[in-house]
Design a protein around this ligand. Sequence first.
Ligand code: HEM
Length: 412
Amino acid sequence: MRPGERQASGRIRLARHQIGKSRHMAMGTRAERGARGHDGSVAASMGRWGLICCALALLFGALLWASQSLAQEASEGPVEEPPIGLGVPGGTSGAASDSDFWREIRQGDGGLVNIENPNAGVLIRSEGETWRQINSVALPTYGAMYMAGMLIVLCLFFALHGRVRLEHGRSDRKILRFKTIDRAAHWLLASSFLILAVTGLMLRYGRELLIPVIGHGAFAEIASIGKYLHNSVAFAFMAGLVLVFVLWIRENIPNRHDALWVVKGGGLLPGIHAPARKFNAGQKFVFWAVIGFGILLSMSGIALLFPFTTGFTADIFWVINAVFQTSLPTELSPLQEQHYSQLWHSIISMVFIIIIMGHIYIGTIGMEGAFEAMGSGEVDSNWAREHHSLWVEEVEAETVAGKVRQSETPAE
Ligand code: HEM
């Protein structure tokens, strides 16, 4: 072998040795490889699962981060611009609803509007539902029950007790009880009240009672006439109220005879006469009820005639608070004023009707000789002595005094 060939084969051997060594280092000997055998594949598969777990953890973390940042964006501000005209604040379109915001609206929190009606700023008025329930369910139901109840009581009373008769029969003497002005005032008040009561009841109960009988068209006609009558006759009622108050207040001031009149059964017990002046305690009750309820009815009626611009409930609550130390609300919105006015107009009118039913009963079929006082103005002197004995004494004393004055006047 030549020296060049020897060097080359030496390098080849060295290279083989190096390769062999590195193979050995990399793969180990066959024995070593046999000893590692199964453990090697376990480690490999564990590595794979580790990788999968890491990938899943990363994915999960990314999802978590994304959802958090989305939620944060949603709570921090509007994500998307709603279409013009349909925009409502509070993220109502799904997951992120602003409950506090809507709670405030539900409780009547108002916004600002630049149209004339200030109530338009309030989206939801929850107390309106309470008002609706009272106005359309409780009031008509209880009102009808009590009015019908009063009618039944009067019928029963008449059936059991009969008419209050003149114990001593009729005499041939008459006494002037009410002058023309008194009777004109009474009938102005009475006729206007009756028209108001009939039209008011028709407006409240007409739908249920009249439509099934006369149909929608006829009811619409009657209801619109009734509404105009109700609104205009109210002013005649107020005029009558003022007249009656001015003319009769002096004789309706309570006095010591009133208590005795009540104790003696108000002249309803047979054979027992309770002395009274021109008006007895029962009539004084009617007078003050008419004046008090008449004023309240007129005030609430005016508030309803001019809605959202007038209202007296807050003022009345203020007076009640001052007198009875209560804490009724004195700051009311125009809509609340309207609701309250509507409620007390209805309640008072029904109580008023019930009282007047009793009054009409006693002034017509309930008592013999009573109607004449408001008819011709003159009553039988026996009727006057049996029911208003002190008044008869006063009238006779005045007549005697007048005659004396006349006889004392020197002839010309
Ligand atoms: C058909 C209906 C009515 C009849 C028949 C009637 C009849 C009478 C009569 C006879 C009197 C005189 C009693 C007496 O001599 O002492 C009287 C008085 C009176 N009426 Fe009427 N009335 C009617 C309707 C009304 C109405 C609707 C009101 C009020 C809204 C009213 C208010 C009064 C008042 C305040 C008195 C004086 C107090 C009293 O006597 O009770 N009346 N009425």
